[in-house]
Design a protein around this ligand. Structure first.
Ligand code: PNS
Length: 160
């Protein structure tokens, strides 16, 4: 049984994340989407809110579960016995940061491979921060996030 962990901040989950989840769910027997702590980010949504949104957008994938962890990613990966860490790559700008994390994670634990899935061209520009910026000014985010969590995001982020 091949298990993969797809970690991230998911603040909030976007169509880009959902696309990576869908593709990872076809490559692996089981996928855990893991809401983890990025020490340099200050999330807008609580961990519980991010988990709830992820659960709402992954119900269609029977082999995908959502979990949360506030420790080192490699410790979690080791604990659950995952064979892979899945990351999404958008543009070259993501590469250096992701490459650095993949190498550091391998140095800490070499029992799992980091697997990069390239985003679709239509999601290349998409990020949680772009969604938050647009939503906070009352802009239309319906093209960027799954429909069933649209209202939750709007309610929380619209300033005026
Ligand atoms: O969506 P993000 O913010 O780019 O995801 C980054 C994340 C949360 C996957 C990364 O910060 C992480 O792995 N955090 C867990 C703590 C950890 O292991 N940090 C060292 C990574 S080299």
């Amino acid at each position: 049984m091949k298990l993969a962990v797809y970690p991230g901040s998911f603040d909030p989950v976007t169509n880009g994340h959902k696309d990576i989840i869908a593709r990872a769910s076809r490559l692996f027997d089981e996928v855990i989407v893991l809401v983890s702590v990025n020490a340099i980010k200050h999330p807008s949504f609580t961990t519980e809110e991010r988990v709830a949104m992820l659960r709402a957008v992954t119900t269609e994938f029977p082999n995908v579960t959502v979990d949360t962890d506030d420790g080192l990613l490699v410790d979690y990966v080791k604990k659950v016995g995952a064979a892979a860490i899945v990351k999404g790559l958008r543009a070259v700008s993501d590469f250096e940061y992701e490459f650095q994390m993949a190498l550091a994670n391998r140095k800490l634990y070499d029992g799992a491979e980091t697997v990069f899935l390239t985003t679709t061209t239509e999601n290349m520009y998409l990020s949680s921060s772009v969604v938050k910026q647009i939503a906070s000014f009352g802009g239309d985010i319906s093209h960027f996030v799954p429909e069933n969590i649209l209202e939750d995001i709007r309610k929380r982020l619209v300033k005026r």
